[in-house]
Design a protein around this ligand. Sequence first.
Ligand SMILES: [Zn+2]
Length: 312
Amino acid sequence: MGLRFHPARGALDLSEKDGGPAPEQLTESVEEILADSERLVHTYHDPAPGSMLRIALAPSTQAAVTERLMVETARLAERLDVRLHTHLAESLGEEEYCRESFGRRPVEQFEHVGWGSDRAWVAHFIFTEPRERERLGRWGTAVAHCPGSTMMLGAGAASLPALRDAGVTVGLGCDGSASTDHASLWLEARAALTAARERGGAGAATARDILRAATVDAAACLGREDGLGSLAPGAPADVVVWDLDEFSFTGAHTDPVEAWLRCGPVRPRHTLVQGRPLVEDGALTLPHARTREMLTAHAHHARRIQGLAEGT
Ligand SMILES: [Zn+2]
């Protein structure tokens, strides 16, 4: 089983010619990656409460980078006091690669390179055994659950209830645009609910379980201790307001949170980020000309990156 390569998913130092999955023009040396990581942290990282700009160090996956990059990145994160992120137990190809290259399962290798700690959070964590989930729970390593993305890629989804039972903090994520297409946290939330129930039956998860993963536990993945993800005095004012008087909610009066996740999809009526309105009465507050400008710039950069990934 081969490894899939998605562009723009983290630092890479192992190219196709050295047995890695990435085209050579997308890889850098360990030294270049570490020096640039340090530069970015010094230039941009803002650890203050309520900060909207924090840098985490994120090699793509241990199946696509050298062991040395994993070890050195963990050391650098410790020294700079920033968080660590990577993909873990994402595919059977990764499992096979870790066994063949290191003689260990992915979680054993993760521990071996010094990543088993509450400084790290990992994406996906699908192909796991009970004792491996317990180890993550003990280390305090959180998981970013992106079920809509991983099911779209045919890899299935992690079991959110099984992870929580093992003491693992599970936050919800949309994955990157290289491997998912919608970037909608609501769609991921709905996918998390149906994936949990498909495995464990109708009682396996409630909309409130998923809401927790989408908010406070997602903030915990990022190591936030400033109240992010909760509605409380002093917490960052990130608020989304949905209108339950719409047609799709007719008759759903019993539980607004269940209704929110089961009767949608819904568009927000208001969205505030750090107290600033981004959506007001269903419309973006950005001027139309500015959004056109951003979309044009994005299309240009996306085409350039895709061209690089195809080796053109
Ligand atoms: Zn991913």
